[in-house]
Structures are given as structure tokens and as C-alpha cells.
Design a protein. Structure first.
Length: 167
């Protein structure tokens, strides 16, 4: 069986194992998240601020009658000065029925990755909280940090965002 895989004749198996990732930019880094979690991509609009929420929760927007909390990942990741310009977008995510908006610097592309293209996070980065990082992917000399968006929006954050969406 391994000879079939090595000879390249077993292409069907590779296609079914491929996952598609939406790539986006935060600061100087490129990230990817599973495309199946993405509901839509929108330009950044003004949000309604909610008192007593963490700084990274920008507020809420009305999305076709549904109140959606908006999280700015640039603030959550402490990426320094945050600017809102024509490239700033909101990725609307559907996380197990919870709708959340995520502000990023820009959306790049959709890429299809085979499992063997995803590398583990090196041990040198072990001091950083990597529970939300699926792995690293290198495509055409670009490095992408692949995130588990459900882990990133940890249960504590999600509970807080649910309470924001209720108001």
C-alpha cells in the first residue's frame, strides 16, 4: 500500500483528506482557520459598544436581525497599534451555532492543505500558550499559523460573548 502512495497513484485519498483554510492577516503574520467555520466576510462597520466588556470585544452589530458580538483579534493578541482602514474586515464565524465576528487586518486567500503539509508547533515556542494553534503550514515560501478558532474563542470568552449578545 505504501508503494501506491509513493508512486502517486492514490490521488483520491489525498483529495478527501485535504482541508480548506481561509487565510487572514493580523499584524505582520498570516493565519489560517478552517473554512467550514466561516459564515461570511464583511467590511468593518461601526459597532455598538457594550459597557464593562474586555477591550478586545469591540461591541455588537445587528446582522440581519441577529445580535453578533465582534472580537478584535489584534487587541486580543496584543499586536500593538490597531488601525481600522479599507482593508480591515470582519470574518463572521459560526461556532457550533454561536455567531461571532472576528476583526482582522485583511483576508488573503482560501488554500487547500493535505495533512502532511501541516507541521507541529516547534518546542522552542512551548512557552507561549499554543492550545489554539493547530500547526504551521508552509506554502510557496510563506508560513501560515493555523488556528483552532473554537479553542481561540475559549469557553470563558464565549460565555462572555454570549452574555454580550443577549443584551
Amino acid at each position: 500500500m505504501s508503494s501506491i502512495t509513493e508512486s502517486g497513484n492514490n490521488t483520491n485519498d489525498g483529495v478527501t483528506n485535504a482541508k480548506e483554510f481561509l487565510t487572514f492577516v493580523l499584524g505582520n503574520e498570516e493565519y489560517g482557520l478552517e473554512i467550514l467555520k466561516v459564515q461570511e466576510i464583511r467590511g468593518y462597520d461601526a459597532v455598538t459598544k457594550i459597557a464593562n466588556t474586555p477591550e478586545f470585544i469591540k461591541g455588537v452589530v445587528n446582522l440581519r436581525g441577529r445580535i453578533v458580538p465582534i472580537v478584535d483579534l489584534r487587541i486580543k493578541f496584543n499586536l500593538g497599534k490597531v488601525e481600522y482602514n479599507e482593508f480591515t474586515v470582519v470574518i463572521i464565524l459560526n461556532l457550533n451555532g454561536r455567531i461571532v465576528g472576528m476583526v482582522v487586518d485583511g483576508v488573503s486567500d482560501v488554500m487547500s492543505l493535505q495533512p502532511n503539509q501541516i507541521r507541529a508547533v516547534p518546542d522552542i515556542v512551548a512557552s507561549i500558550d499554543t492550545k489554539y494553534i493547530v500547526g504551521l503550514a508552509s506554502v510557496e515560501e510563506k508560513m501560515f499559523i493555523l488556528v483552532d478558532i473554537e479553542q481561540l474563542m475559549s469557553s470563558t470568552d464565549m460565555e462572555l460573548m454570549d452574555s454580550v449578545a443577549m443584551h
